[in-house]
Ligand binder design. Structure first.
Ligand code: BG6
Length: 458
């Protein structure tokens, strides 16, 4: 796929929704001011609300904050506003899409040359994905340039429905044109895993069951489901973040070395784990779940991957924790800590190596300490883009490596569907009773026992 460098209209369906306002429009602004949008670009909001231009602009720029240290900020924001506009329409009426097409053509009349690239971003409830994708393809598709469709989660709510939706969208959009977002793939530390694994001579020597005892991937949030209770209630934590975000991280940690860094090679290897029987072993409530996956290959024999996530906990932290096996016994106390490699996605990107050293001074004991790489300290002037900034740029560049391919999506649903059907109480089984936990606590009682059972040593 080619890089789109010019003549682009970027259509956002669902432009008055939360995702668009909070994440997408601010991300596009950052790309605009840093010069990463094609020249020229027009961004067109499309939604059902009949709002006027000024209301629209006020809505979609409300979340853009002046950093206070850039004299050009106001001018840049004005420049950004001048490429934004809104078209009210409907999601099911073809004539409205024809009107949108005419409107895009009127904007494109300002473009030099013949090339007309169009991006269609579905920031919408998934119930209308197929219909909108079809209408964009049939009524608004550009005949003289690239067309790209960007789809948000959730795609399906179990294996069958996900396969159905992939199939229905594929009737209108080729896989190459389709970009399925998992915004965790745009996070700096997630993108760093491949580099850490294969740009260092020593890492491959310990990335397996000879050295690793267990791996934990944790997504804890200190807030509840405020304002999203309706959606969340029908989804639950497994669908919300484990089946997608944590499963993606799991596959990058567990994959074999790709032949090259091309999206195809990388995704082929990530998907390779699906040939193995991932066995979710345990899971619980709508708002907290811990599950264990095993990878049935030589590299990962006997190494549990613990994926856990929860809302309304004592702290917000997202991290990957690779815990190594005990050091050989005999020389030091048998209960010395295990070494760990910790990659913290947020808050504050960081990589830690927890290791034992001699207690400093006359002491002869062993003390556990950390080697820390804190991004803010090590790269004080680096611009670390937000996930949506990375992803929108990758859509423009036609780079699929930070997106979810159809077979990966299906594979992730395959792993989690049995457990989801169980927690949903399908197939005649009674719905399991979740363990309650207090808002602001560490999670349900039993978590520590669960971790210990799978070999984690605090
Ligand atoms: C979203 C979930 O996909 O990811 C939310 O729907 C969750 O419930 C969010 O809070 C977490 O993303 P981030 O980038 O804030 O860690």
């Amino acid at each position: 796929l080619s890089h789109i460098t010019k003549n682009t209209t970027f259509v956002i369906a669902g432009a008055s929704g939360d995702l668009a306002k909070k994440l997408l429009f601010p991300a596009l602004f950052t790309l605009f001011r840093r010069g990463y949008l094609p020249q020229p670009t027009y961004i067109v909001g499309y939604a059902r609300s009949k709002i006027d231009h000024d209301t629209f602009i006020a809505q979609v720029t409300a979340n853009i904050k002046d950093p206070g240290n850039d004299p050009d900020f106001v001018a840049q924001l004005d420049g950004y506003k001048s490429i934004l506009s809104y078209q009210a329409g409907s999601y099911d009426d073809g004539t409205k899409y024809d009107e949108l097409d005419k409107y895009l053509q009127s904007l494109e009349a300002n473009f030099p040359g013949e090339e007309r690239n169009r991006i269609f971003y579905l920031a919408l409830p998934s119930a209308v994905f197929v219909e909108v994708a079809k209408n964009f393809r049939e009524h608004v598709y550009s005949k003289s340039g690239s067309n790209r469709l960007v789809v948000e989660k959730p795609i399906g709510n179990d294996l069958d429905s996900a396969q159905q939706m992939v199939h229905d969208i594929a009737k209108f959009w080729m896989e190459d044109e389709t970009f399925r977002i998992d915004h965790y793939l745009g996070k700096e530390i997630v993108k760093n895993i491949l580099v850490l694994r294969w740009a260092n001579g020593f890492t491959s020597g310990f990335w397996d069951s000879d050295r690793i005892s267990n791996v934990q991937i944790t997504l804890n949030e200190s807030f509840g489901t405020e304002g999203r209770g309706g959606y969340f209630d029908s989804a639950g934590i497994i669908r919300d973040v484990i089946q997608n975000h944590l499963a993606q991280i799991f596959s990058i940690l567990a994959m074999e070395r790709p032949a090259t860094l091309s999206p195809k090679n990388v995704i082929d290897e990530k998907g390779g784990y699906t040939d193995d029987d991932g066995v979710p072993k345990d899971s619980t409530t709508a708002t907290y779940a811990a599950s264990v996956l095993w990878v049935n290959n030589k590299r990962w024999e006997g190494v549990p991957f613990i994926l856990k996530a929860g809302k309304a906990l004592n702290e917000s932290i997202v991290e990957i924790r690779i815990q190594f096996k005990d050091a050989p016994k005999g020389l030091y106390d048998d209960d010395i800590s295990r070494s760990e490699l910790i990659m913290r996605l947020q808050p504050g990107e960081a990589i830690f190596l927890k290791l034992n050293i001699k207690t400093p001074g006359f002491e002869s004991g062993v003390v556990s300490t950390e080697m820390k790489l804190n991004y803010k300290e090590t790269f004080p002037s680096a611009f670390i883009p937000a996930a949506y900034e990375v992803l929108v740029r990758d859509v423009l560049n036609g780079d699929h490596s930070t997106f979810v391919r159809d077979d990966e999506l299906v594979a992730a649903w395959k792993i989690f569907t049995p457990i989801l059907h169980w927690t949903d109480g399908k197939d005649g089984e009674p719905k399991p009773v979740p363990t309650k936990y207090k808002y602001g606590s560490r999670g349900p009682n039993g978590l520590d026992d669960f971790l210990a059972k799978y070999g984690y040593k605090a």
